[in-house]
Design a binder for this molecule. Structure first.
Ligand code: PGA
Length: 251
């Protein structure tokens, strides 16, 4: 019932030329997607370019990597939900761990961003995840549930299709280490149970839960075989057409 979603987070990478070469190569490798969806979240300066290249492939969507919750005004350096919509975005990443760790993002700023995204018809990809110390102290579940509750505070959700959640253990991002699929699945089933408490069973069953953290062609099939894992948020391995195409074509 939930359509798998394979989302690329390019982070602060790629020139216009590199992006064009990568996307053209990707489109040549993956045909029309029927039973799955993909997304590319490039840095802001590439949204228009990548959006034009993806226009003929509605199953590969465009996404932003962040947004500010006001619509417009004196907020130097920020980009708003209406602006992301204007350039053709469907998704927007909210609360990525790099934004939390390096740019002061908090659960309450995430909550404002999730609401702003939804008010303007964007689907937020809300990221949660624990640090290595939290993991080793046995606090993974408590940590991700509290981030989750903080960021979804006050949200009225009438359809689970309007929200995507990415569980990304911070120690697995960009490190080559991954959570085991079984362990990730266990944490994600807890997130689904929390969604059911907050929004009811029907909506919880519709929300797509992505795993993120060193997803690669070699491990995607094992993650996608897990019951609660509906897709992946992919950093490093999404920068090359060959590896991201293989991830999209998981078996
Ligand atoms: P990674 O990044 O795939 O390079 O570990 C994932 C992410 O940060 O979303």
């Amino acid at each position: 019932m939930r359509i798998p979603l394979l989302a690329a987070n390019w982070k602060m990478n790629m020139t216009r030329r590199e992006a064009r070469v990568m996307v053209e190569d990707l489109l040549a490798r993956v045909g029309d997607l029927r039973d799955r969806e993909a997304a590319i979240c490039p840095p802001f300066h590439l949204l228009s370019e990548v959006g034009s290249l993806l226009a003929a492939r509605p199953s590969i969507r465009l996404g932003g990597q962040d947004l500010y919750w006001k619509d417009s005004g004196a907020f130097t350096g920020e980009v708003s939900a209406p602006m992301l919509r204007d350039v053709g975005c469907h998704f927007v990443i909210v609360g990525h761990s790099e934004r939390r760790a390096l740019f002061g993002e908090t659960d309450s700023s995430c909550a404002q961003k999730v609401t702003a995204a939804q008010n303007h018809g964007l689907v937020p990809i809300l990221c949660v995840g624990e640090t290595l110390e939290e993991r080793e102290a046995g606090r993974t579940q408590e940590r991700v549930v509290s981030q989750f509750r903080g960021a979804l505070q006050g949200l009225a959700l009438d359809s689970g299709e309007r929200l995507v959640v990415a569980y990304e253990p911070i120690w697995a991002i960009g490190t080559g280490k991954t959570d085991s699929p079984e362990e990730a699945n266990r944490t994600m089933s807890l997130l689904r149970a929390t969604l059911a408490e907050l929004f009811g069973e029907r909506i919880a069953a519709q929300v797509r839960l992505l795993y993120g953290g060193s997803v690669k062609p070699e491990n995607i099939d094992a993650f996608m075989a897990c019951r609660e894992i509906d897709g992946a948020l992919v950093g490093g391995a999404s920068l090359k057409a060959e590896s991201f195409a293989r991830i999209i074509q998981f078996q």
